[in-house]
Every structure is written in structure tokens, then in C-alpha cells.
Design a protein around this ligand. Structure first.
Ligand code: RIB
Length: 294
């Protein structure tokens, strides 16, 4: 079974600020760093660091070579990453003194995916292979339909949630990884229990991981419901914590770990990511997660 992640690659321009800016405010940043990120790239790197061979498909633009290098350095297969002229996907991220962030996303090359490109990537995959998706590239509905047609197993992290997801046939998804806000956007429900039961009604064959911030996470599938708390650490930057959780939890499924152990592994990995600055740079290696003492 091969694992393909079709997703974004971003340059993250991260500004350290006293407090997240309010409309009309000007504030001097204390520091600026450029990190490799993008929900797609972060999740590919989390999978690779967790020990899972992964192919990343996507597009980079001008200045995006460092994203390609980061993939290679971390063992992500880059055969399906194309470089095109024009702006690279990038973000402007503010991180405040409490490690809270806000993210302004510019899609750039991530929004230049063509159906021909999708077909050409998917021609290297087959029934039973796993496809991971987020919502930072265009043609998401087409990718889902084409992969489903081939018999690939589709895992979706519908983040950030927007109208593009309404065009997608979510009944083709085997596993959702959502936070409470995305859970509300998909189901119209706010209470975690109601989100879970509505997902079960809407997509009876799909599993779901619902992350609940400080309250941990819940996984539901046909075998039952499993809860996991968070591991408390001193937070430095929460960017990519969710992506780390996603990559590690999927790695646990691929490795055939019991659900409860997989949730704990993912929670530990994401706690370590929160304690460090940056996106891909903050994601720990599997050995570190296993020996971290959390
Ligand atoms: O999930 C974190 C990521 O979201 C950042 O790396 C940024 O690029 C945005 O896509």
C-alpha cells in the first residue's frame, strides 16, 4: 500500500507579536522567521518523521525550492511536486506571547492544480492505496472523485473549511480529521457528542477524529468511541500542532496500532510540536516521541 498526500506547500512568514493585531492597529513585530509549512507539507513531514514512506503531490512557485529540499531532507518522496512560475503559496502568521496564532493564507502555486496534473499523479497509484487531503489546493472535488474511482482510501482533514468543500462528495471519505469548528461547519452541530452522532448519520462508513483543543480528542468508528487528553507542555507556537497530530495518528493506523495507543502517540507528538517554533521544524521524530517521557 502506497501513501499519497496531495496538498499545499507554503512558505510561512512568522511574526512574533505582543498581541494579535486588531483592525486598524499597527504594531512593531519583535521578530520574524521564515519556516516551511502548509498543511499538506506539514502532514507529509509528520508522516515521514513517524516512519511512514509518503509521496507528496503539489506545486511550488518562485522561491519554493526550500520546500522541496525540506521534503527531501525528511525523506518525503518529491516525484509528484512540480515547480511553476509565479508566486509560491505562503502565509503571514502572527504568534503572540501566549503562543496563540492567526494565519493569513495566500494560495499561490497551490491553487494551480490542473485535472491533467491530478490524472497524471493518480496514474501511479491503485486500489487500496491511501490518499490524504486537506483544503489548501484547488480541484479538491475532482481529486476525491478520481481517487475514489480508482479504489483509493481517502482521508480528509477539511481545513481550512470553505465553500470548496461543499462541492465535494464527502461520502467518498473513509476518515475525517476535524476540529470543533470544522465539525460544526460539516454537521451544523456544536456539541462534540452531537457532531459525532451527526457524522455517523451522514457518513456511516467513515471514522472521525474530533480534536477539542485543551480537551484532547475523540475518535469514533464502528468499533466505538475513544477519548484522549492532551499532554501539558509550555506552549511556544501552536502552528502545525494539528498537522502533527494528523500525521502521527494516520501513521498509527497504517502501523496497525490499537486506536487508544495511536491517539496517545499523536497527542504526545503534537505536544512536542507546540513546545517549539515553526511548522515543519517543530515536528518531532518518532524516536523522540517514544522517549519523551510524556
Ligand atoms: O496548519 C498550519 C499551516 O497552516 C501553516 O504551516 C500554514 O502554512 C497554513 O497552511
Amino acid at each position: 500500500m502506497k501513501v499519497l498526500n496531495f496538498g499545499s506547500l507554503n512558505l510561512d512568514y512568522v511574526y512574533q507579536v505582543e498581541s494579535i493585531l486588531i483592525p486598524g492597529e499597527t504594531q512593531a513585530a519583535k521578530n520574524r522567521n521564515t519556516f516551511c509549512g502548509g498543511k499538506g507539507l506539514n502532514q507529509s513531514i509528520a508522516l515521514a518523521k513517524a516512519g511512514i514512506p509518503v509521496y507528496h503531490a503539489g506545486m511550488i512557485g518562485d522561491g519554493g525550492e526550500i520546500l522541496l529540499e525540506t521534503c527531501k531532507e525528511n525523506g518525503v518522496n518529491t516525484e509528484f511536486i512540480s515547480k511553476i512560475p509565479g508566486p509560491c503559496g505562503h502565509t503571514v502568521i502572527q504568534v503572540d506571547k501566549n503562543a496563540q496564532n492567526c494565519i493569513l493564507l495566500f494560495g499561490g502555486a497551490n491553487r494551480s492544480i490542473t485535472r491533467e496534473f491530478v490524472d497524471s499523479v493518480l496514474s501511479s497509484f491503485e486500489k487500496g492505496d491511501l490518499l490524504l487531503l486537506q483544503n489548501e489546493v484547488n480541484e479538491l472535488d475532482y481529486i476525491i472523485d478520481a481517487a475514489y474511482e480508482k479504489g483509493m482510501r481517502i482521508i480528509l482533514n477539511p481545513s481550512p473549511y470553505d465553500s470548496a468543500l461543499e462541492a465535494c462528495d464527502l461520502s467518498k471519505v473513509s476518515l475525517f480529521l476535524v476540529n470543533e469548528i470544522e465539525g460544526f461547519q460539516i454537521t451544523g452541530e456544536k456539541e462534540p457528542e452531537k457532531i459525532l452522532s451527526r457524522i455517523k448519520e451522514l457518513y456511516p462508513n467513515a471514522g472521525i477524529v474530533l480534536t477539542l483543543g485543551g480537551d484532547g480528542s475523540v475518535y469514533q468508528d464502528e468499533t466505538g468511541i475513544y477519548h484522549q487528553g492532551i499532554y501539558k507542555v509550555k506552549a511556544v507556537d501552536t502552528t502545525a500542532a494539528g498537522d502533527t497530530f494528523t500525521g502521527y495518528f494516520i501513521s498509527s493506523i497504517i502501523d496497525g496500532m490499537p486506536v487508544q495507543e495511536g491517539l496517545a502517540l499523536a497527542a504526545k507528538a503534537s505536544a512536542i510540536a507546540v513546545s517549539r517554533p515553526g511548522a515543519t521544524a517543530s515536528i518531532p521524530l518518532r524516536e523522540e516521541v517514544l522517549s519523551c517521557g510524556l
